[in-house]
Design a protein around this ligand. Structure first.
Ligand code: XMP
Length: 514
């Protein structure tokens, strides 16, 4: 039984669902803190965290398949409310004595759910509602104590409950937008069965992060690497709020930043936080490491190594720092888990600092998704230019200049990039677009300007939309905006005589070119 003096927490057990992360995000949207854990998390570890409720996710398996994932059986004896979704519901019914039939009536896509009981999960919801189904197996007979809460034309047990034990199951997916009232179903589970009050708000996240940092750090000094992006900025602001002068921020300018970026980062931090900021202009030494290097992975490797070297040198010079603060997000934690996809590129950021540097890590955003980190940044008064800045790779423009990186090419790319961003912002599309970038390929082509032959570089404009970074689509920009980009870049950047727009989604492309 959960001790309800502990903060509200709901655990999603992941059975391999495509939508497991989405469930966690939706629970958090209901202002209830939620964590995703593997399905085989040991019972004592689950119990120790004192969850107010547990959600069993869907998954690709059939409950009768050999090796099908199961939760610890005693989970059902802890007295904690449980919601099973799709496979999670089938599993719960199967483990508690019901039966599941295999793929007789498959159901994929939208279905009309007839609500049989307007209490519990469906409190305040209509008698019939659209829901999204994606299953081959179905629950045939219910375990003792269960009854149906809803059905569809093909599924007699589309929603079920044992209200005494506070066990619920839905065959449909309440977490997807194709179930328009799905969030309310989840909210009914969280606020009704689990008795949560929705106390997890941005203000409460900031308060508890600040308290946790104070407790972790005590009187010691903390070093924080700033990149100019929202995650490291919010991290620094939290640490600063917690321990003030004990924080020193280190901003390494590797020379591959966009126009005006180093100045902007320094200005923002001086103006808004009054933090101790040390800026290192290391552009010469980074550029020197890339002479003659054309292979993308070599570039990344060398920049990563040089970054560590500069960081180590400066940390040594600045004195004793037992703690290193960094802006690791929950998605980084989940993605670097055991089911992580094949490594496509060697990503470089401050998180790549080696363990032998002997820092203890302070990672106040480790439990947050990007949108939540942005909300924290807003709460902390970080200006919109940083909060809503598009993601920017650690190696910066060096992976957007294809082939050897030279000062001349960086300058060309910077000018084109500035124009592109100006026009995207002017068109009011900056927030809609996940990432907008320009690339300078290592080719030249012939053109004609003012009756004269030109032999110049093309600039590739790449704008993508994305929810999760893992997949992305090219943004459908208005033709007049494309025209304006092309005209301005060719007219204003002397070495450029062509502009291309990248029409590749991810996959098969990646967002960056290298
Ligand atoms: P790709 O190109 O793999 O990029 O589709 C996915 C996202 O990651 C960013 N990116 C990086 N971020 N260090 C980072 O911190 C890196 O080395 C790095 N490389 C790519 C990229 O801009 C996109 O948002």
């Amino acid at each position: 039984m959960t001790d309800r003096t502990n903060p509200e927490l709901v655990i999603v057990l992941d059975f391999g669902a495509q939508y497991a992360q989405l469930i966690a995000r939706k629970v958090r949207q209901c202002n209830v803190y939620c964590e995703l854990l593997p399905h085989d998390t040991p019972l004592d570890e689950l119990a120790k965290r004192q969850p107010w409720g547990v959600i069993l996710s869907g998954g690709p398996d059939s409950v009768y398949a050999p090796g099908a994932p199961v939760p610890p059986r005693e989970l059902f004896e802890l007295g904690i409310p449980i919601l099973g979704i799709c496979y999670g519901m089938q599993l719960m019914c199967h483990l508690l004595g019901g039966s599941v039939t295999r793929g007789i009536k498959r159901e994929y896509g939208k279905a009309d759910l007839e609500v049989l009981s307007d209490a519990d999960l469906f409190r305040g919801l209509p008698q019939t509602m659209t829901c999204w189904m994606s299953h081959g197996d179905s629950v045939a007979t219910l375990p003792d104590g269960f009854h149906a809460l809803g059905k569809t034309a093909n599924t007699a047990h589309a929603a079920v409950a044992d209200t005494d034990r506070r066990f619920y199951g839905v065959q449909f997916h309440p977490e997807v937008t194709h179930t328009p009232r799905g969030l309310e179903v989840l909210r009914n589970f969280l606020y009704g069965a689990c008795e949560c009050s929705g106390s997890w708000t941005v203000a409460s996240i900031v308060d508890s992060a600040v308290a946790a940092i104070r407790q972790q750090v005590g009187e010691s000094r903390v070093l924080c690497g700033l990149s100019g992006g929202v995650d490291s900025a919010a991290t620094a602001a939290l640490v600063h709020r917690a321990v003030g002068e004990q924080l020193v921020c280190l901003f390494v300018d590797h020379g591959f930043l966009r126009e005006g970026e180093p100045e902007e980062v320094q200005r923002t931090f001086a103006a808004h936080f009054g933090v101790n900021l040390v800026t290192i202009d290391a552009s010469e030494r980074f550029l020197a490491r890339l002479v003659g290097i054309t292979d993308p992975e070599q570039k990344r490797l060398r920049i990563g190594e040089e970054f560590i070297r500069v960081f180590e040198e400066e940390a040594g010079r600045l004195g004793d720092f037992p703690f290193l603060a960094q802006g690791t997000l929950y998605s980084d934690v989940v993605e670097s888990g055991p089911h992580n996809a094949a490594q496509i590129k060697r990503h470089h950021n401050v998180g790549g600092l080696p363990e032998r540097m002997n820092f203890s890590l302070v990672e106040p955003l480790r439990g947050l998704f990007k949108d939540e980190a942005r909300a924290v940044a807003g709460e902390l008064g970080i200006p919109d230019e940083i909060t809503w800045r598009h993601p920017f790779p650690g190696p910066g423009l060096a992976v957007r200049v294809i082939g050897e990186v030279t000062r001349e090419k960086l300058d060309i790319l910077r000018q084109a990039d500035t124009i592109m961003l100006e026009e995207i912002k002017r068109a009011g599309l900056y927030r809609e677009i996940f990432q907008a970038l320009t690339v300078l390929p290592d080719v030249r082509s012939v053109g004609v300007m003012g009756d004269e032959r030109t032999y110049g570089y093309p600039i590739v404009v790449r704008c993508v939309t994305s929810e999760d970074v893992m997949t992305a689509d090219w943004a459908r920009l208005p033709h007049d905006l494309l025209e304006c980009l092309s005209t301005r870049i060719v007219n204003e950047v002397p070495a450029v005589n062509r502009v291309l727009y990248d029409l590749t989604s991810k996959p098969p492309g990646t967002i960056e070119w290298e």
